[in-house]
Design a protein around this ligand. Structure first.
Ligand SMILES: [Ca+2]
Length: 483
């Protein structure tokens, strides 16, 4: 079957199923899917920018105040084990919208774009009869792969109310709490009283930076509250899947631009009245690539029949992700047994020339491979001290052993790292050389090799092609193709 006939059969099949559900619902044999398809819930997805997953109230942070996110969690399901595969903006968003991991879809460096012809949730939900809009940050390309309707914050009420017979999907992308930290009221946080996690060096400058970052999270939480109010104002609260996610880790060492959990783990809360049990918590392991298949299934489509427009190394064209609708509906307790990560350092601002990192994690252990570990890791935090605290870490490292270790391990890492993420959630003690864990390491290494092969990921060679994948506009696309 060629691509066109595949698309036709998939698209027509889905639409025919929807039409059938509307007119002959009582005769539908597959009750669950038909019921969901008949209703076609609205979708509102609000995304923070560089918010570390633990840094909100409902995930147990002792200081950060997020009353609206906490209310959403009380009304929906909170995921404790959701992961992006990349702790950078552009690859994270593009994997979230395409259901494809970054090396496969081409958007693996930062400020990158997917391969021409790749299709996204915009295409897939439109085929199911949705209008699909976006507010705020894009960080994707080319435009043809992400043909969202652009909606401004002011236009949100009109977009939500436009046509009651046509379900909406709105992706609301905040710019908070990404650097520079200007929004919110930093004086509302007392620097001296903050509880610092053990991956940060405790200096006055770190504490000052945290007050600004936390203030911007609280301001983002205000935006979450506004989105919740807009959905309620539109009379759509009962018919809307409302998702909040924190995106990747903040711009602190061992977070963004790494494959540690502080970077890759993400908050995910899903409210869906009548379907998702209020106040529920799941520890099922899910990834961002699973979100689009889940939404397609919730909308009555069949994610197994989608052509993503982007073949993998085996020439298969389906999603890398799989629907976790069963988890949302309380019918399944588990989803993935491992989750993957990939960091491309080439092409980030003041980044190392070549510093690829790959990771795989099960419920207990994280295995990390630093593919060019002989060189030093470098980025804008180190090179320009953009957070305003790195130089204070370096200074403290001269006299303080803990500070010295944190400064050193951020820049110089071994070929392999292995962590017991249950016992050591901040990944501070490397167990890669422990003979008792040799089988654990070998098993995870095999899983990582298989994933890289499926993705067409050649490690260092892929990293060296990173600049060809950067540039989000059509013009740059053509220019790069010719270069
Ligand atoms: Ca980001």
């Amino acid at each position: 079957m060629n691509r066109r006939s595949f698309l036709q059969s998939a698209g027509i099949g889905t639409l025919a199923a929807l039409a059938g559900c509307r007119s002959t619902a009582s005769r539908a044999a597959t009750a669950d899917r038909a019921a969901t398809a008949r209703e076609r819930p609205n979708i509102l997805l609000i995304i923070a920018d560089d918010q570390t997953w633990r840094d909100n109230g409902c995930y147990g942070h002792p200081d950060v105040r997020t009353p609206h996110i906490d209310r959403l969690a009380a009304e929906g399901m909170r995921f404790t084990h959701c992961f992006t595969a990349t702790a950078m903006c552009a690859p994270t968003r593009q994997q979230l919208y395409t259901g494809l991991f970054p090396v496969r879809n081409g958007a693996y460096p930062n400020h990158s774009r997917v391969y021409d012809g790749t299709r996204s949730t915009v295409h897939h939900l439109r085929a199911l009869g949705y209008r699909v809009g976006i507010v705020g940050k894009h960080h994707f390309g080319p435009r043809e792969s992400f043909p969202f309707e652009n909606v401004s914050a002011k236009q949100v009420p009109a977009f939500l109310r436009r046509d009651p017979d046509e379900p909406f999907c709105l992706v609301y992308c905040s710019h908070s709490p990404h650097l520079p930290w200007k929004a919110g009221d930093a004086s509302a946080y007392d620097a001296a009283k903050l509880t610092l996690p053990p991956y940060l060096v405790d200096t006055p400058q770190t504490r000052q930076a945290l007050t600004k970052y936390y203030a911007e999270i609280t301001d983002f939480d205000r935006e979450v509250g506004e989105c919740m109010a807009r959905v309620a104002d539109a009379g759509a609260e009962q018919d809307t899947i409302f998702l909040y996610t924190s995106e990747q880790g903040a711009q602190f060492p061992h977070g963004k631009w790494t494959c540690y959990d502080v970077g890759l783990r993400t908050a995910l809360v899903v409210r869906w009245p009548g379907q998702v049990r209020p106040g529920s918590i799941t520890d099922a392991m899910v990834q961002y690539v699973d979100v689009v298949p889940t939404l397609i299934e919730a909308a009555g489509g069949d994610p197994e029949r989608i052509d993503t427009g982007c073949p993998d190394a085996r020439d298969e064209r389906g999603f890398d992700g799989r629907s976790f609708l069963g988890v949302l509906l309380g019918k399944a307790k588990a989803h993935r047994d491992v989750v993957f990560g990939a960091q491309t350092t080439r092409g980030i601002i003041v980044g190392s020339d070549c510093y690829p990192v790959r990771s795989v994690r099960n419920r207990r252990y994280k295995y990390i491979r630093n593919l060019n570990h002989e060189t030093a890791f470098h980025n804008v935090l180190i090179g320009k001290d953009t957070g305003g605290y790195w130089s204070s870490w370096v200074e403290k490292a001269k006299t303080d052993a803990t500070a010295r270790r944190l400064v050193e391990t951020y820049q110089h890492r071994p070929a392999e790292e292995l962590y017991d993420v249950c016992e050591d959630p901040y990944e501070l003690e490397n167990l890669a050389e422990k003979s008792a864990l040799a089988d654990v390491k070998a098993d995870l290494a095999r899983r990582l090799d298989a994933w890289m092969a499926q993705q067409g990921d050649q490690g260092n060679a892929t990293e060296m092609k990173a600049r060809q994948r950067q540039g989000q506009g059509k013009k740059k696309n053509a220019k790069k193709a010719g270069a």
